[in-house]
Ligand binder design. Structure first.
Ligand SMILES: Cc1cc2nc3c(=O)[nH]c(=O)nc-3n(C[C@H](O)[C@H](O)[C@H](O)COP(=O)(O)OP(=O)(O)OC[C@H]3O[C@@H](n4cnc5c(N)ncnc54)[C@H](O)[C@@H]3O)c2cc1C
Length: 397
């Protein structure tokens, strides 16, 4: 039986496209199937509302995929300090104290995706199928058969589902998923403040939920404010003055009052965790594997660690032999790493919902700030530089 590709990846978001580049660089024949071909970014456009914090380990993974170095400085919001407040307690991190140049960068998702695709266009052994959607798949002896809309069929030795939080392939594979509805939404907007944000990632656990002000390259901040669903509706309906008044009542960042805001968007918050990451020759990656509350800015970072881990375990695979041993290693590795981070984020969000929990969390932050080994461990995990991170990520040290 002729098999068209070693690996087909379904979903060309940042995680899927990065995995495609890393796997193709190892010599595998890769096809990427994506429903919507990403548009070229417009340098004259304002910053997209979908900005994410990218940690140094993830930046190293994106660099290896050929995407990171294409990002112009004007679209990168670096931060070298981080402050997290809960009631009167706080913890402060400085990159220089941990031997790092930066703790991370704020980057627009559409720019990252477009540059990951540009990198793929120049790689041998890659076929880009977009716009194209997978409608069905079936596992056969020694390969997987995929049906695409338009009637095309593909045969592959390995199928990677990187098709996002509501992964259709995960459902078709019968992989069960644990779900937690937070009854919260994340409200996002870009805001100007009295003083420019010069590279501080600031967060406070407010009465309504965690509120972050994260640096954009032009001195404004991107806010992510998780709140009860009903309140998000009200805040989105406010005019700018009323919205800024509410925001200023909850934020006491060093940048002073917020003075202007872009239109506001909101995203429902649901935690999902796939119970297994592998089913036969299908493997889950990125948000298809799990998605997490945005309070720690870890969702895409976890997906990029998946991409690097998958490339690492498949580095010696010849395409023709059975990949399932390598996939089992990937599953053990990424299900434990991802669950630890996701569980920690979940616990903090739940714990800080009520005043007494926030006071205790604040006390914990202040104490942890004084314990050097704890702080160092936290920074290593948050930056993707811990011992459990893929080699590519750790090369950022
Ligand atoms: C408010 C908010 C703030 C966040 N902040 C951060 C942050 O600071 N740091 C961070 O790391 N993460 C953050 N995240 C999470 C991050 O945005 C996601 O984890 C990440 O974008 C997911 O990437 P992905 O490639 O796995 O999935 P997606 O981006 O969802 O990509 C999936 C792709 O699959 C395609 N697709 C779906 N079905 C099919 C099909 N049947 N056939 C073909 N193609 C298909 C889709 O078109 C899509 O392009 C945040 C999320 C939110 C909501």
């Amino acid at each position: 039986m002729r098999v068209d590709h070693d690996i087909v990846i379904v979903g060309g978001g940042v995680a899927g496209a990065t995995a495609a580049a890393l796997l193709a660089q190892s010599g595998h024949r890769v096809a990427l199937v994506e429903r919507r071909r990403p548009a070229s970014p417009d340098p004259s456009a304002d910053f997209d509302p979908r900005v994410v914090a990218i940690a140094p380990g993830s930046a190293a993974v994106l660099a290896a995929a050929g995407a990171w170095d294409r990002l112009p400085d004007e679209r990168l919001g670096p931060y070298d300090r981080m402050q997290v407040h809960a009631e009167s307690g706080k913890i402060v991190f400085r990159a220089s104290e941990h031997g790092l140049g930066k703790l991370g960068w704020m980057v627009e998702v559409p720019w990252l995706q477009a540059f990951a695709w540009q990198a793929l266009e120049g790689l041998a052994g890659v076929e880009l199928l977009a716009p194209s959607s997978v409608t069905d798949y079936s596992e056969r002896t020694g390969h997987v058969r995929l049906e695409l809309d338009g009637g095309k069929a593909l045969r592959t030795h390995l199928l990677v589902a990187a098709d996002g939080a509501r992964s259709r392939l995960r459902r078709m594979a019968g992989i069960r998923t644990d779900l937690w509805h937070y009854n919260q939404q994340a409200l996002v907007a870009h805001v100007a403040t009295k003083r420019p944000n010069d590279g501080l990632a600031w967060q406070r656990f407010t009465d309504f939920g965690p509120l972050a002000l994260l640096p954009l390259p032009d001195g404004r901040s991107s806010i992510v404010w998780s709140q009860p669903e009903r309140r998000v509706g009200e805040l989105r309906a406010h005019d700018d003055d009323a919205f800024l008044a509410e925001l200023n009542a909850s934020q006491d960042s060093p940048f002073g009052e917020t003075t202007a805001a872009t239109p506001r968007y909101s995203f429902p918050l649901i935690r999902r965790q796939a119970r297994s990451l592998v089913s036969g020759r299908l493997v889950l990656l990125g948000d298809a594997a799990r998605n997490v509350h945005p309070l720690a800015g870890q969702g895409l970072n976890l997906g990029l660690m998946d991409a690097a881990a998958l490339a690492e375990v498949l580095a010696g695979w010849d395409g023709g032999s059975d990949p399932r041993r390598a996939l089992a290693r990937y599953e053990r590795w990424r299900i434990s790493g991802g669950s630890l981070v996701a569980g920690g984020i979940h616990a903090i969000n739940e714990f800080t919902r009520a005043g007494p929990g926030r006071s205790l969390a604040g006390l914990g932050f202040s104490l942890a700030g004084r314990l050097w080994p704890l702080r160092e461990t936290f920074v290593e995990y948050a930056c993707g530089l811990d011992r459990d991170s893929p080699e590519l990520a750790r090369s950022a040290r």
